[in-house]
Ligand binder design. Structure first.
Ligand SMILES: *[C@@H]1O[C@H](CO)[C@@H](O)[C@H](O)[C@H]1NC(C)=O
Length: 271
């Protein structure tokens, strides 16, 4: 008994070491870039928090750039009455013809659902919004938000479930990010002019400071041999994506015909 339990505890210690060493460290991998002390790296680099009050929000960015990447981050969003707050978490390159891959979390009144807003910019052009509700409360605990960006596709996932795929359709004249390296950025800011119920619900500053937390960052930069560089959605993951779209998608630019009276953008016309 004693031997078995000490074996079990040394195995779990070993697993802890392996998991611990695989995770990134915020001190090594990121810089808090604005917010005058409202962004903090804590617990020896294992936790990062951003805060927002009436005077300012805050933000951080990765030290390194990625040209293709497989990037996971765990976020725990502003709890309680988060109406009017936006937590943006995205990849972006620089310049006037930039590329960008966005997650944005739009806060809400206590008990009302966050909206997860996504977008893809290529060569400075976005207007490719898709929005979702989540199948859990994103403020109660940490959840993993992932971007897989390889030369053929961008896959957005939540806790390993794909929610969006943007395919490389350069052959149909749709620019795809393939040449401009991107950094990871995140910020917590106030956008009560549009974020919650289209701007109807304003931020309740008596609840400030608002706080979002980050942990367990993992990233893989491109390498010709990494399997994810040619990864695609297998049948099971296509089914899961369909489940998300059916049950949780609340907006898709590719279905908004009022917005595109001249016809949908070419990437919409592919199954
Ligand atoms: C907030 O809650 C309202 C009411 O349930 C809902 O219509 C809206 O989509 C929610 N999210 C945001 C960000 O407005």
């Amino acid at each position: 008994m004693a031997a078995a339990s000490s074996l079990a505890s040394s195995i779990s210690f070993f697993l802890l070491m392996v998991i611990g060493s695989a995770a990134g460290n915020f001190n090594q991998d990121f810089d808090v870039t604005w917010g005058d002390g409202r962004g903090k790296i804590l617990n020896n680099g294992n936790l990062l928090t951003l805060s927002l009050d009436r005077a300012s929000g805050s933000g951080f960015q990765s030290k390194r750039e990625y040209l293709f990447g497989k990037i996971d981050m765990q976020l725990k969003l502003v709890a309680g009455n988060s109406a009017g707050t936006v937590t943006a978490y995205y990849l972006s390159s620089k310049g006037s013809t930039w590329d960008e891959i966005d997650f944005e979390f739009l806060g809400n009144l206590s008990g009302d659902p966050y909206i997860l807003h996504t977008n893809v910019f290529s060569q400075g052009k976005g207007n490719r919004e898709q929005q979702f509700y989540l199948w859990f409360d994103p403020t109660a605990d940490f959840h993993t938000y992932s971007i897989l960006w390889n030369p053929q596709r961008i896959i957005f996932s939540v806790d390993g479930t794909p929610i969006r795929e943007f395919k490389n359709m350069e052959n149909r004249g749709v620019p795809f990010p393939t040449r401009q390296p991107m950094r990871i950025y995140s910020s917590l800011w106030n956008a009560d002019d549009w974020a919650t119920r289209g701007g109807l619900v304003k931020t309740d500053w008596s609840k400030a400071p608002f706080m979002a937390s980050y942990r367990n960052f993992r990233s893989e930069a491109s390498s010709a041999t990494a399997p994810w560089m040619s990864q695609q959605l297998d049948f099971a993951n296509q089914q899961r994506l369909a489940w998300v779209r059916k049950n949780y998608m609340i907006y898709d630019y590719c279905r908004d015909s009022r917005r595109f009276p001249q016809g949908f953008p070419p990437e919409c016309n592919v199954a």
